[in-house]
Design a protein around this ligand. Sequence first.
Ligand code: PLP
Length: 130
Amino acid sequence: MARAQGETRIPLFDIRIEEEDAEAVAEVLRSGWLSAGPRTEAFEREFAAHLGCKQVIALSSGTAALHLACLAAGVGKGDEVIVPSHTFVATVNAVLTAARRPSSLTSSGRTTSTSTRIASSRRSPSAPAR
Ligand SMILES: Cc1ncc(COP(=O)(O)O)c(C=O)c1O
């Protein structure tokens, strides 16, 4: 079957917002706690219990989480961080902020995914392994 120009075969996202979700957001807005309030603390506690870990820290964005992950992994200036070539720009931005040296990993062509085996084979000989 022919597709219309601009029509994608695989949608990038499929966001569904239910009335319950909109009401939960409205409740937070009415509370005046727009950052680290009781809802955020409850979310962190429940998500930590779900993951079975001691602590979860909610952040303002995926970009902030990626940057913090780089810092938590000990990535510093000059470190090479291999990122998949098929990703969102935030992945590279986080690495640029933490290490200033992202290295794009081109997929093999069979899939757009990558693996630690492929990443290890593309690592610069001088780069320390983390
Ligand atoms: C794969 C991926 N990583 C990171 C991000 C960044 O998230 P945020 O927009 O919350 O900073 C996005 C955003 O769409 C994303 O799709």
